[in-house]
Write a protein that binds this ligand. Structure first.
Ligand SMILES: Nc1nc2c(ncn2[C@@H]2O[C@H](COP(=O)(O)OP(=O)(O)OP(=O)(O)O)[C@@H](O)[C@H]2O)c(=O)[nH]1
Length: 364
């Protein structure tokens, strides 16, 4: 038996960053039994993975019981096919799916295809995004490719590989600081560290139905930190042009918010700026049900189905959203949020005005 929804982890990272190396090591752990690995190839890059052999139906069974396949086309079809195989008994068990994206792919479309598909949303849940960064080439790749910055920005876990090949400790430290500036909410791990195993990388807990918990404690800590800085914490001064376009900030409201207000705020945000919204996570204190926090998370325009936790972690209530954005006017977002949480502001329309005229705030 497999319990739905099945957790899906996305493993991404720059070309040659060490994804396959890490994956091969992880798959030796019995905790990853009954895992399906989907290698999602993009564009023209031809990949000859050791993991993958040719099989007539595209999916091969490895000796440890894991399934593996390479997808050139639609990831959605492969995931739907896995569900079909489970339901028709052609696969006995499926505990987890790992999607490895190759090279310099923008991870957002992969995440979207999992989170947006009506049928897949029932069967799968996004567990988390693991991004490999090569310590030798990391800085140069981040400078050259905005996709690389996006990969770091959407990560729940960032794994630094090839640190053993860097001789200058200062260089390594600079890269670490840079990665955490792009994405302060992620755990930064070392690929060579024995602790960087299954427990550290999986069950990121965006929401785990088995334990009915989410990793909101970390997000909340994150939100508090940002609050102290009044949103100006990531004005970088080191001149990396792509990094400066990525911002991470939090929106905090102490007190309950009606579901309709949050829904409309998110709708407006996504319709006006969806493609600039790399990642969003949050907990909401609902007016309708303040004792049970609503957990939301999204990638670009796609919002995962919200779930309610049975109680508040730490007992501390409040509405906190953490946003990671690319080229998005923060001021607009803050004013929109203030309007929907009914915080008065001299030159900003209130919620009632916005419900009548959603275009009332300039800056879209
Ligand atoms: N020294 C060192 N070499 C590593 C490490 N991780 C990976 N490598 C080497 O880096 C090369 C690329 O590693 P892969 O695991 O194939 O990288 P990948 O991210 O899967 O590559 P693509 O799928 O082609 O993007 C291989 O030769 C690995 O042996 C590490 O932590 N230290």
């Amino acid at each position: 038996m497999s319990s739905f929804p099945i957790p899906v982890s996305v493993l991404t990272g720059f070309l040659g960053a060490g994804k396959t190396t890490l994956l091969n090591r992880l798959l030796k752990d019995p905790a990853l039994a009954d895992t399906a690995v989907i290698i999602n190839e993009f564009g023209e890059v031809a990949i000859d993975h050791l993991l993958v052999e040719q099989a007539s139906d595209g999916i091969i069974q490895l000796s440890d019981g894991c399934l593996c396949c390479t997808v050139r086309g639609e990831l959605v079809d492969t995931l739907a096919d896995l569900v079909d195989r489970l339901q028709t008994g052609r696969i006995a068990r499926l505990a987890r799916v790992i999607v490895e994206t190759t090279g310099l792919a923008d991870p957002a479309p992969v995440l979207q295809s999992i989170m947006a598909h009506p049928a897949l949303v029932q069967a799968f849940r996004l567990d988390g995004v693991i991004t490999l960064v090569d310590a030798v080439n990391g800085n140069a790749t981040l400078d050259a490719h905005v996709e690389a910055v996006k990969q770091v920005a959407v990560a729940d876990r960032i794994v630094l590989s090839k640190a053993d090949m860097v001789t200058d400790p200062h260089e390594l430290e600079t890269l670490r600081v840079r990665l955490l500036q792009i994405n302060p909410g992620a755990d930064l791990l070392d690929a060579a560290d024995t602790k960087t195993g299954v427990a550290a990388l999986f069950d990121c807990g965006l929401y785990n139905p088995a334990t009915k918990s989410a990793d909101v404690r970390r997000w909340l800590g994150e939100a508090h930190d940002h609050d102290h800085h009044d949103g100006h914490d990531h004005e970088y001064d080191h001149g990396h042009r792509h990094d400066q376009r990525v911002r991470s900030y939090s929106l905090v409201h102490d007190g309950p918010v009606p579901f309709s207000a949050i829904e409309m705020f998110l709708d407006l945000l996504r319709s006006a700026h969806g493609e600039h919204l790399l990642r969003m996570k949050g907990v909401i204190e609902l007016s309708e049900d303040p004792l049970r926090p609503l957990v939301i998370h999204g990638v670009q325009k796609i919002l995962h189905p919200p779930v309610q936790l049975p109680s508040w972690p730490d007992g501390q209530r409040g509405t906190r959203l953490v946003l990671i954005t690319l080229d998005m006017p923060e001021d607009y977002v803050r004013r929109l949020f203030a309007a929907f949480t009914n915080r008065p502001s001299i030159d900003t329309p209130d919620r009632a005005a916005l419900e009548n005229n959603p275009l009332a705030i300039a800056g879209r």
